[in-house]
Design a protein around this ligand. Structure first.
Ligand SMILES: CC(C)(COP(=O)(O)OP(=O)(O)OC[C@H]1O[C@@H](n2cnc3c(N)ncnc32)[C@H](O)[C@@H]1OP(=O)(O)O)[C@@H](O)C(=O)NCCC(=O)NCCS
Length: 158
């Protein structure tokens, strides 16, 4: 699948699934009501932003950035991933993650996920890609179906 760096105009085709995923309130800590302009800032202003295109449609996006800014921990990356729910389960998430990891290896020595909802099926994907759960922030996420659940901090060397 073609994975490329995002350009500013891609946002209008990311926003519909971004909004759907965040409004569902099951996987991200962002406010479910996050307005479009704020969402664009949260996603598109990151250091590296990628999109996956299928037949001219954008079906997934990811970003990578320094997890702790430009100081002494600037070698530690963070990333986030979203696949359009209409296109989930087709391997885009895995391929996008592999791409982001490969690119991150050029500049970073480790990657951290700060807040992986423990009930998210994505946990299995991250484990299979070499991440480990290094801690759980207990009951830190109010899940609309499961109630209070933990947030995992996940880590992997690059
Ligand atoms: C998590 C996400 C990025 C995975 O992308 P995807 O394209 O659906 O996943 P893939 O098709 O690449 O599948 C990857 C693996 O995860 C598993 N998986 C992913 N989503 C799953 C789900 N909803 N239910 C069950 N298994 C799932 C698959 O079994 C698959 O395993 P395999 O590669 O060994 O077959 C995507 O579902 C998504 O955007 N979810 C909402 C936002 C989110 O949770 N982002 C991650 C926050 S930590």
């Amino acid at each position: 699948v073609p994975i490329r760096d995002a350009v500013a105009e891609d946002w209008q085709r990311i926003w519909p699934f971004w909004h759907r995923i965040v409004a569902a309130g099951q996987t991200y800590v962002w406010d479910r009501d996050t307005a479009e302009a704020r969402a664009r800032q949260l996603w598109m202003s990151n250091e590296s932003v990628y999109v996956v295109e299928e037949d001219g449609a954008i079906v997934a996006s990811a970003y990578t950035r320094p997890n702790y800014g430009s100081g002494p921990s600037s070698h530690v990356a963070n990333a986030a991933f979203m696949v359009d729910p209409d296109h989930a389960g087709k391997g885009y998430g895995r391929r996008l993650a592999e791409h982001a990891l490969d690119r991150a290896k050029e500049h970073y020595r480790a990657m951290v996920f700060n807040a992986v909802v423990e009930t998210n099926p994505a946990v299995r994907l991250w484990l299979s890609l070499g991440f480990t759960v290094i801690g759980t922030i207990l009951r830190a996420f109010r899940h609309p179906v499961h109630g209070p659940v933990g947030l995992y901090v996940m880590y992997r060397d690059l």
